[in-house]
Design a protein around this ligand. Structure first.
Ligand code: PEP
Ligand code: MG
Length: 592
């Protein structure tokens, strides 16, 4: 590497697509079209203005269709993203409301469109779910295209980039991603965006290392600057010196070796050195995750979060919509099993239809099973849909947020009614379907012995268990430092649940973020957990770690770990033991 003459600077953003690359920066000016002019349209010109807007919509539609036809094979499975752009173009909140504004307010199309988007933004702003909230970027990207077509200003095309470069942009849209010449572009960094954006999803599909959310990358980087992009950590180094370059070249080699190793071995079972077989499943929420479960070596879905359809629908989703959704997931995963968790709305996932967003303390409010036991018709509709999907593969039903036996009995009663209705209507379902509960409230831990007699399995949700046991709001950044999976109290609780399940002879698994944390896994195995469910992407690493340890040794090593006094002591203890046993470099970053 030569000509790295500028000042060395380091930026930290959100690592959205893994890999380390060193290359020259190419700034693309995808600046927003500025609508600096609002003007009034004379009455006799109004229809012409509407036509001008409609023409811009149809030009935009053709451009998107063209992009869709030219999509590289690697991202074809994501063509639904461009379909959603086409849907946005046809959405009445954009089209009809802009036309109404032109006609009623007698203003130019650009200004009217801008106002429609502002209205939509306000609606999205009130949504708590990060994924859904971030979909406003899709709306903005599409309207940006329409505005460009109205103004006649062409956007710089990315298709023409013919050098090996790292793209630096304020923002890149999913449509931009389809234009990239991926043989040339090495990766990209952007000021805005995050992990759940479709741009990030596509970067991963294209295996393009990427860091987003850097805030000021386009101000700090100049065209032609040498960059190091670390898509594993979110670090970006501008004009690195020779020491940094050599350092990262080594990391790059390690990462490549590591990647090929884990990908090659992701389909091997997670069997410990001394022959214990651990079952590894995936947590899924979006359909694109379902498609990748098997590729990452997942042996089924251990947690299917079902809130998305409820958050997306205008009213409640119908039984038919739910059934189709579940059937698709079950059929994709079959013959492996799918555990469908019933609705866990409330808490940080609220839905304005249910008017539960106004609670002052939503995490302790009308959430999950409590809500379902209040809205019993809605609950029964979901249960019927799950039961009907159960004949397309192996399905298990799981109730979230159980605090004690009464809720289990009440939920099972409604499940019984749903089954009876289906029997009466002669609709098929799996009569042997297993029913389990999430253990994620401390009172359920205490009552685990009793609960175990009434269900077929336990699944420990450590995300909430930690929240409720340590009294820290899981979405409050001010107490994020206290979110401690290594807290001895948490480990003791998991131990208690495992013992109760074992005594009752029922299965127990764990599906919180802890399951995908390389430093937590050895402790969990030593406690007796033998089934884990996690984000699919972490499956290969976790399987690799499990294959490098022996249960017997791990149990010896961690025999007294729950007796340590603080989370920090536990973390250090585990780190010390694990650093020699897990030979590859990146995984030991975990444990947060
Ligand atoms: C949990 O609480 O650990 C869990 C897996 O469920 P969620 O994160 O959806 O609350
Ligand atoms: Mg939970």
């Amino acid at each position: 590497m030569d000509n790295h003459t500028g000042e060395q600077k380091r930026l930290r953003g959100i690592a959205v697509s893994p890999g380390i690359i060193i290359g020259k920066a190419h700034l693309v000016y995808r600046s927003k079209v500025k609508i600096l002019y609002q003007y009034l349209i004379r009455d006799e010109q109004l229809n012409k203005e509407v036509k001008r807007f409609e023409k811009a919509l149809s030009v935009t539609e053709n451009q998107i269709l063209n992009l869709k036809n030219r999509m590289p094979d690697q991202v074809k499975e994501h063509s639904f993203i461009l379909d959603s752009c086409l849907m946005i173009l046809k959405d009445s909140m954009i089209t009809d409301s802009t036309i109404q504004r032109i006609l009623n307010d007698k203003i130019n199309a650009e200004w009217a469109l801008q106002k429609s988007v502002e209205d939509i933004s306000q609606v999205f702003d009130q949504i708590d779910d990060d994924y859904i909230k971030s979909r406003i970027n899709d709306v903005e990207n599409v309207t940006e295209r329409v505005l460009r077509n109205l103004s006649g200003k062409a956007q710089e095309s990315l298709a023409g980039i013919s050098e090996r470069v790292i793209i630096v942009a304020h923002d890149l849209s999913p449509a931009d991603m389809t234009e990239l010449n991926i043989d040339k572009v090495m990766g990209f960094i952007t000021n805005v965006g995050g992990k759940t954006s479709h741009t990030a999803i596509m970067a991963q599909a294209l295996e393009l290392p990427a860091v987003m959310g850097l805030e000021s990358a386009t101000d700090q980087v100049e065209d032609g600057d040498l960059l190091i992009l670390d898509g594993n950590t979110g670090d970006v180094i501008i004009n690195p010196d020779d020491i940094e370059i050599n350092n990262y070249k080594k990391k790059q080699i390690q990462h490549e070796e590591y990647k090929s190793l884990i990908v090659k071995t992701s389909h091997l079972p997670a069997t410990t050195l001394d022959g214990h077989r651990i079952v590894i499943k995936a947590n899924v929420e979006f359909f694109e995750e379902v498609m990748s479960v098997r590729d990452y070596g997942g042996e089924g879905v251990g947690l299917f979060r079902t809130e998305l359809l409820y958050l997306k629908s205008k009213g409640f989703p119908t039984e038919e919509e739910l059934f189709e959704d579940y059937r698709e997931v079950v059929e994709t995963i079959a013959p492996d099993p799918v555990t469908i968790r019933t609705l866990d709305l409330g808490g940080d996932k609220f839905d304005s239809k249910l008017e539960i967003s106004k609670e002052t303390n939503p995490a302790l409010g009308l959430r999950a099973i409590r809500l379902c036991l209040k809205e019993t018709e809605m609950f029964k509709t979901q249960l019927r849909a799950i039961l009907r999907a159960s004949i397309y593969g192996e399905v298990q039903i799981m109730f979230p947020m159980i605090s004690g036996l009464q809720e289990v009995l009440d939920a099972k009663k409604i499940l019984g009614q749903a089954k009876e209705d289906l029997n009466r209507e002669k609709i098929e379902y799996d009569h042997e379907i297993k029913v389990g509960i999430m253990i994620e409230i401390p009172s359920a831990v205490t009552m685990a012995e009793v609960l175990a007699k009434h269900v077929d399995f336990f699944n420990i949700g450590t995300n909430d268990l930690i929240q409720y046991a340590l009294a820290i709001d899981r979405i409050n950044e001010h107490v994020a430092y206290m979110y401690q999976p290594f807290h001895p109290a948490i480990l003791k609780m998991i131990q208690q649940v495992v013992n109760a399940a074992r005594n009752a002879g029922i299965n127990v698994s764990l599906c919180g973020e802890m399951a995908g944390d390389p430093l937590c896994v050895p402790i969990l195995l030593s406690i007796g957990i033998n089934e884990l469910s996690m984000n699919a992407r972490t499956i290969p690493i976790i399987k690799k770690i499990i294959r490098s340890i022996s249960i017997e040794e791990t149990c010896d090593d961690f025999e007294n770990v729950t007796e340590l006094s603080t989370a920090e002591e536990v973390r250090e203890y585990v780190f010390d033991r694990m650093k020699s046993k897990v030979p590859v470099s990146p995984p030991l970053a975990g444990g947060g």
